[in-house]
Design a protein around this ligand. Structure first.
Ligand SMILES: Cc1ncc(COP(=O)(O)O)c(C=O)c1O
Length: 362
């Protein structure tokens, strides 16, 4: 008789990652996974390559060096960081550490789709709060908090909506939470957030002892394939996170590349300028085509389609795929007439705009 997984795990659905291949296209325009099209900093690539020959050894890396680089870059405390193979792993580890059976994790219903999975893996119950047309609703999130709530988990900025909570909204939410509820802010897209009223949640970590923030090297640093993420929290949390984490949380190449990536501010500036330009241009073009564009503080935009036959998201997706372009489609009711587009290279963006115009003018 086969051995069953722990109760609750068998019912967890796959997290659907974006598709990356199209039959008949060797090099499709892949806009489905919020990667950085400008890639890694050249200095980071060189550092990773230099690290490979020693990769037969376990990575007994001194994470302090990476922590110091991050601390200098973001004006943070290097002793308040823990690392892992991607912020995905770090988030799951935090949720496993601070919640379990009989306890609840509250999230916004159209937030990053891994959130309910993290809760279920931990044996906790995910509780979804309604949002306000894909913008988090602080009052609705707070209305779900009760004596069983252990964690409120936000992505700020959020994926797939691209929306962002202002400093005032996030502080109001935090102020209304009981002190025994942990606020986790997943800030994978922090560097892209340019709104005047955006505040990095790491500030809250300095002020309050019930906040942990996660960050990623996969987005602005273009290191999605190397898997490196981290969290920022007060030492009592970092200590337990480190103690229960992988023996070797960072691989040799990611460690070497990460240090150089953080230092290469010129590369980051280039990525941010490219991103800003195309977020603005795509938003403008899609809006003039009559599509609904959700304001984005990230490296992608969510777009709503018409329900008119021949013009739906699903038909647009087919048309785009036939023309070698891969946007992101989600198999969820709330997203049934939406597509998400990650910022790509200049030629890929120009082609996307032209192909979308063709689709809508057919
Ligand atoms: C909101 C959000 N959080 C976390 C992650 C996971 O990132 P990482 O590559 O650091 O695991 C992603 C990846 O797309 C994301 O969109």
């Amino acid at each position: 008789m086969a051995i069953s997984p722990r109760q609750g795990l068998a019912a967890i659905d796959y997290y659907m990652v974006g598709i990356s291949k199209l039959p008949g296209w060797d090099d499709p325009v892949k806009l489905s996974s919020n990667e950085s099209v400008l890639g890694m900093s050249p200095a980071a690539i060189e550092a990773a390559q230099r690290a490979i020959p020693d990769s037969h050894l376990y990575p007994e890396v001194d994470t302090e060096i990476l922590a110091e680089a991050l601390a200098e870059r973001y004006r943070l405390n290097p002793d308040w960081m823990a690392f892992g193979p991607g912020s995905d792993e770090v988030l799951q580890r935090i949720v496993n550490t601070f919640s379990g059976p009989g306890e609840e994790l509250v999230h916004s219903k159209n937030a990053y789709m891994q959130f309910p999975i993290y809760a279920k893996v931990a044996g906790a119950t995910p509780v979804a709060a309604d949002d306000n047309d894909f913008h988090y609703d602080v009052d609705k999130i707070l209305s779900k908090v009760n004596n069983n709530t252990r964690i409120v988990l936000l992505a700020n900025p959020d994926n797939p909506s691209g929306s962002c909570l202002s400093a005032g909204e996030i502080r109001r939410l935090h102020a209304a939470l009981p002190g025994n509820v942990l606020l986790i802010v997943d800030s994978a897209y922090d560097e892209f957030a340019g709104a005047d009223d955006y505040e990095s949640a790491t500030n809250l970590v300095h002020e309050y002892d019930n906040v942990i923030v996660t960050r990623s090297f996969s987005k602005v640093y273009g290191m999605a394939g190397l898997r490196l993420g981290w969290c920022y929290g007060q030492p009592q949390y970092i200590e337990v996170m480190t103690r229960i984490g992988p023996s070797f949380p960072i691989n040799t190449a990611a460690f070497a590349a990460g240090i150089e990536a953080v230092k290469d501010t010129a590369h980051v500036d280039k990525v941010l300028a490219h991103n800003r330009r195309w977020i603005e241009e795509l938003s403008r073009q899609f809006t003039t085509m009559g599509l609904k564009v959700y304001p984005s503080q990230t490296n992608f935009i969510l777009v709503g389609f018409s329900t008119e036959a021949g013009k739906t998201a699903s038909e647009a997706n087919t048309w785009l795929n036939e023309n070698g372009i891969i946007p992101r489609q989600f198999a969820l009711d709330d997203f049934s007439n939406k597509l998400r587009f990650t910022v790509g290279k200049d030629d890929g963006m120009e082609k996307t705009i032209a192909v979308m115009r063709e689709f809508l003018n057919r």
